[in-house]
Every structure is written in C-alpha cells, then in structure tokens.
Unconditional design. Structure first.
Length: 243
C-alpha cells in the first residue's frame, strides 16, 4: 500500500490530520442537525392491527414496545421459502447482540422482524448465536406495508414501490429499519423508516472498516459490492486461524 500512498514527516502528518479533523467536526455538526430534523418529522398513526409470533407467543405491535414508548424494528431479509436468512442482514445482525440492554435505558425496545416462520428464525438464530429478540410476521401485511417485502410478480416485472419511489427490487425481501412511538393512551405512530444505504450507520463493523487505509475495498465485486460478505461461520479466514 505504501508504494501508492504519500509518506510524510510527523509535522506534515499532523497538519494533514488537523485539516481532516475540521471536516470531521463539520460532518458531526451536520449529522446532529440531520438527526434533529429526523426527530421533527411528522408522524402517521398506525391504524392496522399486526400480530407477530415470537418465543413469548403471539404479540401485537403494541406489545412489542414492552412498556417502552419507542420501538426500533430491523427488517431482516428472510423470505418464508428460504432456509437461511440473508447473509448481508446477518452481517448487520452480528452488531446487535447486547445493544438492546443499552437501548432499553433510553426508553427504546429493539428487535428484528422477518416474514419467515418462527421455527426457521429460531433455528437460524441458534446457529448464529444471537440473543436479540426476533419475531415472525408470517401471514401478515406488515413487511409489505412498510416497504421491505415484494411479491414475486413485482420482482419479475422489475417494479415495486421501495425506498419512496418505484424501482426494481433486488429480491422479494429488501432491508430496512422502521421506528414507532406509542402515546400513554396506547395510540401507535410510525415515525421513521429508512432503506438501502440508510441502514449503513447501523453496522458498527463497517464504521470500523471505514477508518482503515483500504476502507471497504469493495470495487470489483460486480453488481453486488457485498459479494465478499459471508455468514460468520462460513468464512475460511478467521482471527487466530493460520491464513
């Protein structure tokens, strides 16, 4: 890498780093302002009743709040016909274990939702060693209503309403995150949803990768920049294992 990268003295490095730091601080200020605007978005009331299957039995959307006033749902791509969950969503989910405890302290309930039947979710969750809550929306309109599931006809046609416009979905399942709020009188509101690169910041591993000289290094992967991603028990090269 050093053959194609400039190498300078310590003083020159400090000056270059300080120049970048000014841009990083401006980015942080812009991100704070964007977060403020996100919180200021209007809400829409959730009128439909949704029921999910989980390890605790059948639960309504209201019950998923579990006594909190805010709910974050990660839409995990897992079509009912698939035997395993999406490998890219699995990459994201490897960042979830343990965060629910911290979110709980900020009045937030966090979980994943997929269309696959509960038995498939439980089996895959056990294989991956995950502890976060994961429920099934099998047989409901929930994933379709929140823009992360598409019919086979839509996929074949190459047209579905996804990420706030009509475009070609890459499969029957697409990734997303939705946020809900619940009033003291138990009315539920949809406050935010994001898709595609909008879920990027929720992957802590990617944020670490972005700090390195090579960065994501995903060019040349073809149409799917995440072609390198595997489920964590499928990589041949693992920490502590001779290359």
């Amino acid at each position: 890498m050093t053959q194609s990268h400039s190498v300078v003295s310590h003083d020159q490095w400090i000056e270059a780093r300080k120049a970048l730091l000014a841009k990083e601080k401006e980015f942080s200020r812009l991100r704070d302002e964007l977060s403020r605007q996100r919180r200021a978005l209007p809400w829409e009331r959730v009128e439909k009743e949704y029921v999910f299957n989980g390890s605790a039995g059948r639960e309504t959307l209201a019950q998923l709040f579990a006594g909190k006033s805010q709910l974050i749902i990660y839409h995990f791509m897992f079509d009912p016909e698939w035997e395993v969950g999406c490998k890219s969503c699995s990459f994201w989910a490897d960042n979830f274990n343990g965060i629910d405890v911290h979110l709980w302290q900020r009045d937030i309930s966090f979980l994943a939702v997929s269309r696959a039947p509960l038995a498939k979710l439980e089996a895959y969750k056990g294989r991956m060693g995950w502890t976060f809550k994961w429920v099934s929306s099998f047989g409901t309109d929930f994933n379709f209503d929140y823009g992360v599931s598409h019919t086979k006809e839509e996929v074949a046609k190459g047209q579905a309403y996804w990420n706030y416009k009509v475009q070609k979905p890459y499969d029957t399942e697409t990734v997303g995150i939705s946020v809900f709020a619940k009033n003291p009188d138990s009315r539920i509101f949809h406050t935010y949803s994001t898709y595609q690169r909008g879920v990027d910041l929720l992957n802590g591993a990617y944020n670490y990768i972005d700090l390195t000289p090579k960065g994501r290094d995903e060019s040349g992967q073809g149409p799917n920049p995440q072609a390198w991603v595997r489920r964590h028990d499928e990589y041949e090269d693992l920490p502590g294992r001779p290359a």
